[in-house]
Design a binder for this molecule. Structure first.
Ligand SMILES: C[S@@+](CC[C@H](N)C(=O)[O-])C[C@H]1O[C@@H](n2cnc3c(N)ncnc32)[C@H](O)[C@@H]1O
Length: 221
């Protein structure tokens, strides 16, 4: 819940703009963008708004997917109801794959290699993959208390902030991963590191966890 005394929500616009300005600089023009766990697909849509092209997002929550379709579906954005845990396959190959806010952090580190391998099968050489992960120092991922549930909030103009009240999946795990371990996984799955940025360090918000969000930018080799 927003506390209107300290947070009017405007930081979300700044976060999304800051992120999309950064990421779009490394993406090819007119990309086909895939956003797993997309919520309303705000990140993929923000890239398409800057670069042209089109996006496919998918989310496990049918209500969020219905809202995304109602608000945003069109030639540039399609949204499907799919569960990432089933590792759905697509006939298409994508130029950009976005594991956006919380998507990777929602999985234990032990599953990250599987997700990287799945993403790689949907990329051609030169495709860009974006991983938003929490990171501090040389660590990635957050330590949360065991069994924490996070509610799903959908916002019609920005991104969903959190997840899982509907899907019932616990996203709280110990998932701290060393930087070297992440870099090893990236290499093992056929991606090269282009950059690791902390785009929100200067965004004015009282959400300290955003300030440690890193955007890891990879290229499929
Ligand atoms: C943090 S939110 C969406 C973030 C998104 N990047 C945005 O900006 O809107 C995470 C989303 O993941 C979805 N989700 C959770 N588990 C999932 C799964 N196994 N497969 C697909 N979607 C899932 C939730 O329903 C929720 O909408």
């Amino acid at each position: 819940m927003l506390n209107p005394d300290t947070d009017d929500g405007s930081w979300r616009t700044a976060v999304l703009d800051t992120w999309a300005d950064l990421v779009s600089r490394v993406c090819p023009p007119l990309p086909y963008v895939l956003e797993p766990m997309c919520g309303l697909g705000a990140q993929a849509r923000a890239l398409v708004a800057r670069l042209g092209g089109r996006a496919l997002g998918f989310d496990i929550n049918p209500e969020v997917v219905a809202l995304a379709k109602r608000l945003f579906e069109g030639p540039a954005f399609e949204c499907k109801c799919l569960d990432l845990r089933t590792l759905p396959t697509f006939a298409e190959r994508f130029d950009v794959v976005v594991f956006g806010y919380e998507a990777l952090n929602a999985h234990p580190v032990s599953r990250w290699p599987m997700l990287l391998a799945w993403a790689r099968t949907h990329c051609t050489a030169g495709s860009v993959m974006i991983l938003d992960v929490c990171g501090k120092g040389r660590g990635f991922g957050l330590r949360r208390g065991p069994g924490l549930f996070i509610d799903c909030t959908a916002s019609n103009h920005l991104f969903t902030v959190s997840c899982n009240a509907k899907s019932g999946i616990r996203i709280s795990r110990r998932y701290v991963c060393g930087q070297d371990e992440l870099l090893g996984m990236i290499k093992d799955h056929g991606f090269g590191l282009i950059g690791c940025e902390t785009p929100f360090a200067n965004v004015n918000t009282d959400k300290p966890e955003l300030r440690v969000m890193k955007t890891v930018i990879l290229v499929a080799e």
